[in-house]
Design a protein around this ligand. Structure first.
Ligand code: HPA
Length: 276
């Protein structure tokens, strides 16, 4: 079976065998940020390996399961672990789960990641609401919507002027203020990785006005918007990625996720309570 639409429906039907709960909100939890899923009153936890056509998670800190249930009064489907281009998957594979969550009923996507902060005055553990993105792989042809377009899934030429929902962004900022949590607004750029950036690359990104850099998120956001979902993106600044910073490593990324767990969890739970 090669047709994307059919593969989405086969995968969604397999998930529905585990629960008939219909998620309103889909969440993708990035590196080190999976703990939020522990607080869900889970109706079902489905290993990615048990969902037809799903890729497998290969990265430490990404568990590889879909948790469906209720969190703060919201019916949610949480991806505990995501797929990256650098793992060897094509972008339509890395974004396939977003299609399935959309088919299951989710109309809003909350996408999170760990990212390098390009602003010298930011701290490790700060949060950034993604206000906009730069799709570097897309500029060289690696785009999740490349190939035939199925009009049942979305437009051939979707607009991305409003990729990140302004209302959700305002809501997140007001909740962060109420919780005393520092929340920046900024531009996220995706590079494919898996190597971290050279100092010259970081200088280039700074010159372009980019605030945070990572290896994910942008393809998922594009596919969510293709499917008409509202999107909220949050980066957790896991390391300071200025040209003079010490070399980045994956362990510090995971450690930063562990350290921000309490505030990150509190903020997302408050947000969900407002959304549903
Ligand atoms: N660069 C790219 N991706 C990242 C970084 C970084 O510094 N930190 C976390 N993901």
């Amino acid at each position: 079976m090669t047709d994307l639409y059919d593969r989405i429906n086969v995968a969604a039907a397999a998930v529905r065998q585990h629960t008939d709960l219909k998620p309103d909100v889909a969440l993708i939890l990035g590196s080190g940020l999976g703990a939020l899923a522990d607080d869900i009153a889970a109706a079902a936890t489905v290993a990615y390996a048990d969902i037809p056509h799903f890729p497998r998670s290969t990265v430490e800190g990404h568990r590889g399961e879909l948790v469906i249930g209720n969190l703060s009064g919201c019916n949610v489907a949480v991806m505990r672990g995501r797929f990256h281009y650098y793992e060897g998957y094509e972008l339509d594979q890395t974004t396939f789960p977003v299609r399935v969550l959309r088919e299951l009923g989710a109309h809003t996507l909350i996408v999170t990641n760990a990212a390098g902060g390009l602003r010298a005055d930011w701290q490790v553990g700060d949060l950034m609401r993604i206000a906009d993105h730069i799709n570097f792989p897309g500029m060289t042809g690696q785009h999740p919507l490349r190939g035939p377009n199925d009009p049942r899934l979305g437009l051939r030429f979707p607009a991305l002027t409003d990729a990140y929902d302004a209302g959700l962004g305002r809501l997140l900022h007001s909740l962060a203020t109420a919780e005393g949590i520092t929340l920046h607004d900024g531009v996220y750029a995706m590079l494919t990785g898996p190597s971290f950036e050279t100092p010259a690359e970081l200088r280039l990104l700074q010159l372009l006005g980019i605030d945070a850099v990572g290896m994910s998120t942008v393809p998922e956001v594009i596919v969510a918007r293709h499917g008409g979902m509202r999107v909220l993106g949050i980066s957790m600044i896991s390391n300071i990625a200025t040209p003079d910073a010490p070399p980045a490593n994956h362990e510090e990324v995971l450690a930063a996720g562990e350290a921000v767990k309490p505030k990150f969890t509190a903020l997302l739970k408050r947000l969900l309570a407002e959304l549903c």
